[in-house]
Design a protein around this ligand. Structure first.
Ligand SMILES: NC(=O)C1=CN([C@@H]2O[C@H](COP(=O)(O)OP(=O)(O)OC[C@H]3O[C@@H](n4cnc5c(N)ncnc54)[C@H](OP(=O)(O)O)[C@@H]3O)[C@@H](O)[C@H]2O)C=CC1
Ligand SMILES: O=C(O)C1=N[C@H](C(=O)O)C[C@H](O)C1
Length: 286
């Protein structure tokens, strides 16, 4: 879509045609990438753009901020009327903001695609509650490659038992990232735990320092690196005696996440309320 329309509350948005999507966190790294993706992909249009109250982006044109020229959609800090006139929300913000947006999406009974990472168990509980009324797709990574990698990790972890292979997950991201381990590392850890039939929370080791003692069999280790402009590198290492298998993914462009989020919104359109994953969207659970 080259030209986005702005709808008013009460307009009929339930009809077929391009899906009207709102980007929250519109001025952020992913927010801008999402606006560009919506601009490029057929079947969707930018229905609104939300920024943090007090952000210097409020009042500016979303397309201009994202570098695709004027789209006629101003970034606002008042989400409710914008959600009411849209069919879906793409959300890569912060856990606190995402919980608020999930409640508003439930009120508006629309699709909410959540890429935000670093959510606590209490945040996830509120998102699950919102999914009684909203159609929510949440994933620590929206790319096809990582979700396929998760399937491979699950299979490898199942085939290579804890007496013979130790599982370690290594991730590196840019220096601005605020949460660790990354949502993707945790998603891959969950896949490994699923393959092994164990509970990740009780079996994970988050970093080591000092005299740690020998590695405990069956645990899943996480190591985090931060620096520069790395978009997202993840490796799952299965270390045996005398051999090592490494399953890796390297993100080279944030567009892979944005395209995945748009795909998730289109998949979720018209579905019944609930909490879905990217593996559901991509048909990788079958
Ligand atoms: N699942 C996936 O595939 C991916 C997930 N992510 C995750 O997405 C999240 C965002 O990443 P990134 O884009 O790099 O981070 P940024 O910090 O660049 O963007 C976050 C944006 O959210 C805005 N924001 C914060 N609070 C609010 C609010 N209450 N209302 C509206 N906007 C708000 C921020 O505004 P301000 O700057 O003014 O504070 C900022 O523009 C992270 O959790 C990251 O891990 C990232 C890439 C892929
Ligand atoms: O913050 C990021 O940038 C990214 N966050 C996600 C994560 O926490 O795994 C996905 C991607 O790796 C980029």
């Amino acid at each position: 879509m080259s030209e986005a329309e702005v709808f008013s509350p009460g307009d009929d948005v339930s009809s077929s045609g391009d899906m009207g999507l709102v980007v929250v966190g519109a001025g952020g790294r992913m927010g801008q990438t999402l606006i560009r993706a919506i601009h490029d992909i057929d079947g969707v249009r930018l229905a609104g753009a939300i920024g943090r109250p007090g952000s210097p982006h409020i009042g500016r044109d979303a397309g201009e901020v994202a570098g695709v020229g004027l789209l006629g959609v101003s970034i606002t800090d008042d989400p409710l009327p914008v959600f009411a006139a849209a069919e879906g929300v793409l959300d890569f913000t912060t856990p606190a903001a995402t919980v608020e947006f999930a409640m508003l999406s439930a009120q508006a009974r629309i699709v909410h695609v959540i890429g935000t990472t670093g959510c606590s168990e209490a945040d996830d509980e509120k998102i699950r509650a919102a999914a009684r009324h909203a159609v929510i797709v949440k994933s620590g990574n929206m790319s096809f490659g990582v979700n396929l990698l998760a399937v491979l990790v699950e299979k490898a972890a199942k085939a290579l038992g804890p007496d013979d292979f130790d599982i370690e997950i290594l991730e590196m991201h840019h220096k601005h990232k605020v949460d660790a381990p990354s949502g993707t590392a945790l998603l891959l850890g969950e896949a490994a735990a699923e393959g092994r039939g164990i509970d990740l929370a009780s079996q994970s080791v988050r970093g080591r320092d000092g005299h740690t003692g020998a590695r405990e069999n069956g645990t899943i280790g996480f190591a985090t690196l931060r620096g520069g402009s790395v978009i997202g590198d993840h490796s799952v290492i299965l270390a045996g005696t005398g051999e090592r298998i490494t399953l890796s993914h390297h993100a080279e462009d944030r567009t892979i996440f944005a395209r995945g989020a748009v795909k998730a919104a289109l998949w979720a359109r018209g579905r019944k309320p609930g909490l879905y994953s990217m593996r559901d969207v991509l048909g990788l659970n079958e």
